[in-house]
Each structure stands twice: as C-alpha cells, then as structure tokens.
Write a protein that binds this ligand. Structure first.
Ligand code: SF4
Length: 342
C-alpha cells in the first residue's frame, strides 16, 4: 500500500525504487533515523518498557554503524558526528514519547503489532482481478482504548517541522488505504487512525541562574522560551528545594504548553463512502502502475520542493533530464535489492 502512495507522489521515484529495486549504498539520515526509531517504538508498544525500547533502539543504531562506515567510506569521519547526534536525539525522543503517551490519558492497549494484510484488487464491478494482484499493508500497531470497542490503527512520523494546524489528514491516502484494508479483511471499519508525530527535538533542562551574591541559593530562570517542560521544571524545583509559588507564571505557561512543541497526536476517521471511493480509484491506479512497470518511459518525474530534497534518487533524476550519464551514477551509488516483492 505504501507503494500506491509512493507511485502517486512520483512515478519516477517509485519505478527506480520499487521496480528496479535500487537501494542507495549510503542511506539518507532521514530514512536511517526513521528505521531505528521504528524499532524502538515497536518495542515500547509491545512491552510498555521505556528502558527496553531505548536499549533496542541503541542496539539497532550500533549494529548499523559498520555498514554506515562502509557505505560512506572516506566521508565517514565527516558524517559520524551527525549520526551520533541522531542517536542521542532518538534516545531522548523515545524517553519523552512514553511520558507524552501517558499524559494524553488515552490508555491505549496494544492488540496487534506488525500485522500484514492482503486484499485482492477489485475491478469496478467488484470482481477480483485476473492473476489476483493484491494490495498489502503492514499495520505497525493496532490498539484499543480502555472502555471502548473497536481498534485504532496507529501511525508514527518523525518530523523536523512543527505545524500550526492539522495536516489534511482527512485526505491522507495512506490513512484511507489502511482503513480500506482493515475493512476488507475484518468486515468492519476501525474506530480511526491515531497519527502521532514525533518532532525531532528534545526539551532542555530548566536554566539555572547564577546566585546574585555569594551565599545566595541558585534560582531557576523564568524565561518562557527556554525550551523546557512542566515535568522537567517541577522536578528541578523539587531537587533545588525551591518554592513553586515563586514560579506560578512559568509553571502555568508550561502546563498549558504541555508536549505540543515535541509531539502531536491527531485522530482521523473514514466512512464507507470514502472506502468505496478508495477501492474504485485503486483499480485505476493499479492500471497506471502496471503500465509504468511495463514501459519505463511513462515513469515521468513529479518535482516538488517539499519531496525532492529528501528523495534518494534526486541526483539520478536530475541526470536523467540534463543529459548526464544517469546509469553510470546508478552503478556507482546504488545496489539492487534482493528482497522479494510481495
Ligand atoms: S527528485 Fe523529485 S521528481 Fe525526481 S524522482 Fe525524486 S521525487 Fe521524483
């Protein structure tokens, strides 16, 4: 199902990655980080144990260092500090995510992890296509909320950017696709999708001010932009034996701000009309995918200032259009995946 979204975003990137199976010899930091965080989050979902989640994440990071070293070769010395920063960042994000999750009061209980669903693609008359091509999806995590019937699907995203409003989740194709697969396999709709965004930042410890004169006790800064949280601030007050009554303004502000600068949870739902529309559109999308797979000339690019900077095929894509030797670049920078396509 991710392939359908990838195809719709850019058929050229889809063709290079999925049909030719090209894998960059050096992973982009974005995908590398997302992959390792996924491991930590899944262990957290399975065990509810933050320490175990962080340990699994660290283990996965450390295990990949030798591959990174090999991939980057002579450039590794320059790249290593950036990856090291990401390792530390992820550890802090996992720690805080567990606190954030508890603070939402949703009491989510994991009922399934990494469940893969297969659904035959149907034509507009409702018949499965010849050869039974299937739409597959892997649900990272299904949860139920205490005291409620029905499952929610959870999806996570790591992001550098904050946003002020929702992200048009009601139009998000991947969300609709998950709902569709779930409905086709189980016969009923999930309650909705919980979409957790983990911003790539961790809060600071509250700033400690130098005593005004010798012998005075240290105090905490009341600067509202110091990037800390209510939890860290109250903990520091306790540890320094300071009176919270002297800090009411900043405590009120931090309490109101909660975890909004670090995490965002949104819940979205789909109805049966949206599901039927997805099934109908899927048939035509599948026809297009098949046509592109059979004729690479149809794999035209779909440039976007949002997407292209993160695309692993960016330089190849440029070379394909400016007359450079794209195949030579592919040979030098990519390997071919041996993984079997589902
Ligand atoms: S760089 Fe942009 S247009 Fe080119 S393949 Fe990647 S996503 Fe598509």
């Amino acid at each position: 199902m991710t392939e359908v979204s990838k195809f719709k975003e850019c058929r050229r990137a889809w063709y290079l990655g999925e049909i030719r199976g090209l894998v960059p010899k050096t992973p982009t930091d974005y995908f590398w980080f997302g992959d390792k965080m996924h491991i930590g989050l899944q262990v957290l979902a399975e065990t509810g144990d933050t320490e175990k989640a962080i340990a699994s994440y660290m283990e996965a990071c450390n295990a990949s260092i030798s591959d990174l070293e090999k991939g980057f070769g002579a450039f590794w010395a320059d790249m290593a500090p950036m990856f090291q920063e990401l390792v530390t960042l992820g550890r802090g994000m996992l720690h805080n995510y567990a606190i954030f999750d508890r603070s939402t009061g949703m009491n989510l209980k994991t009922v399934a992890l990494e469940e893969r669903l297969f659904v035959p693609i149907h034509n507009p008359n409702g018949r499965a296509l010849k050869g039974m091509p299937k739409l597959t999806a892997r649900m990272d995590r299904l949860v139920i909320r205490e005291g409620q019937d029905g499952e929610y699907i959870i999806d996570y995203k790591n992001s550098t950017r904050a946003w002020t409003e929702g992200r048009n989740l009601e139009l998000d194709e991947q969300t609709t696709g998950y709902h569709y697969e779930f409905w086709r396999v189980r016969g009923y709709l999930p309650r909705g999708m919980i979409y957790d965004t983990l911003l790539k930042r961790i809060p600071n410890e509250p700033r400690v001010l130098k005593p005004r004169k010798h012998g005075d006790p240290p105090l905490l800064s009341k600067d509202k932009d110091q990037g800390t949280t209510f939890e860290l601030y109250t903990q520091a007050l306790r540890e320094m034996n300071l009176d919270p009554k002297d800090y009411t303004d900043i405590l009120a502000q931090l309490k109101e701000q909660a975890w909004t600068k670090y995490f965002k949870r949104e819940v979205t739902t789909r109805n049966m009309e949206q599901i039927k529309a997805y099934e109908r559109d899927l048939f035509y999308t599948f026809q297009d995918m098949r046509a592109v797979a059979q004729d690479p000339r149809k794999a035209y690019p779909n440039p976007s200032p949002m997407r292209c900077p993160r695309c692993p095929f960016r330089d190849v894509c440029l070379a394909m259009n400016d007359g450079s030797d794209a195949e030579d670049m592919i040979k030098a920078r990519f390997t071919v995946s041996t993984e079997k396509r589902l």
